[in-house]
Design a protein around this ligand. Structure first.
Ligand code: HEM
Length: 273
């Protein structure tokens, strides 16, 4: 069968005869190796995989932490815009009256609370410190005393005078129930010097507990327990502010919670009834 005209090579479509110079060039050309199929990843593919892994990790973390963290709880300060802003603004000094404007009722202002003169930003937790929050009463003020006594109504004040009393033990009542029943008791006698020494020891211990109690909260608000809180400045108060406040009694709750000395330290048996 004759080849159809469209398949027949014309003079123009036929490869032309190589020229002598082309022939020379072909002679020196080495056969190129066939490109092997690529087994490595390109930089773009690696980046794509890393981004996908990051996204999966963020999603999983959000699910596992009930929507609280996308970084598995890793929350260093430099990842928080608010802290950079505070760093930029520098340390602030607010009066107690200024501080009151930062109780979370104005959403355009950060939520602050103060502890013994140090102001912390707790805006990261509006559920607790904002309006309607369980600890909203701590926001916009320095209620250091209440942090120790737990008297959230009466002790919203920075006045810590006499608060150490809550850690000074009281005498136990005379034992009247078993194994004390049926015995006659009397208080052990102590010399004035012994009493003075005991009081000094107990006072020292109580003051230490006040410092530790406050430090426990400072640590939390400095963000050292993983909460995204941080220090922003200090409360500015006029000289002698503390003396101007009336001295206060230890609140009932704290009085009731005072430690009790051991029976044998205070009472001794002198006979049977
Ligand atoms: C001196 C006594 C107390 C003080 C000063 C105090 C203070 C606080 C503060 C400041 C927070 C928020 C912590 C944060 O920002 O992460 C908190 C949380 C919490 N407190 Fe207290 N607390 C006291 C006693 C109690 C008691 C006796 C209970 C339980 C009967 C309790 C239950 C809770 C609970 C459940 C939370 C976490 C939930 C939330 O933030 O609302 N607290 N406490």
């Amino acid at each position: 069968m004759a080849t159809p005209a469209r398949y027949r090579q014309t003079a123009s479509s036929r490869p032309s005869q190589p020229s002598p110079t082309e022939k020379q060039q072909h002679a020196t050309d080495k056969p190129k190796p066939a490109p092997s199929p690529s087994t490595g990843f390109s930089l773009f593919e690696i980046l794509r995989i890393l981004c996908a892994l990051l996204l999966i990790s963020c999603g999983m973390s959000r699910l596992c932490t009930s929507g609280e963290s996308m970084t598995w709880g890793f929350n260093p300060w430099w990842t928080r815009a608010r802290e950079w802003k505070a760093l930029w603004n520098g340390h602030i000094r607010l009066t107690d009256a200024d501080l009151a404007h930062h109780d979370g009722t104005d959403p355009s202002k950060p939520i602050y609370l103060a502890l013994n003169g140090t102001i912390y930003d707790v805006s990261a937790n509006p559920k607790t410190y904002g309006p309607g929050g369980s600890y909203h009463f701590f926001a916009g003020r320095d209620a250091a005393r209440a942090f120790l006594t737990g008297c959230f109504q009466e002790d919203r004040t920075p006045d810590l005078r006499g608060v150490e009393e809550m850690y000074i033990p009281v005498d136990p009542p005379m034992p009247t129930e078993d194994p004390g029943a049926g015995k006659m008791w009397r208080k052990k006698e102590m010399s004035r010097a012994e009493m003075k020494m005991r009081h000094a020891r107990e006072l020292r211990e109580a003051r230490k507990r006040v410092r530790e109690g406050l430090e426990h909260w400072h640590v939390l608000f400095r963000g050292e327990k993983g909460k995204p809180y941080f220090k922003v400045g200090e409360v500015e108060r006029e000289e002698g502010w503390l003396e101007k406040l009336p001295r206060r009694e230890l609140c009932e709750e704290a009085r009731k919670g005072r430690p009790v000395r051991k029976v044998e330290e205070v009472w001794e048996v002198v006979g049977k009834e």
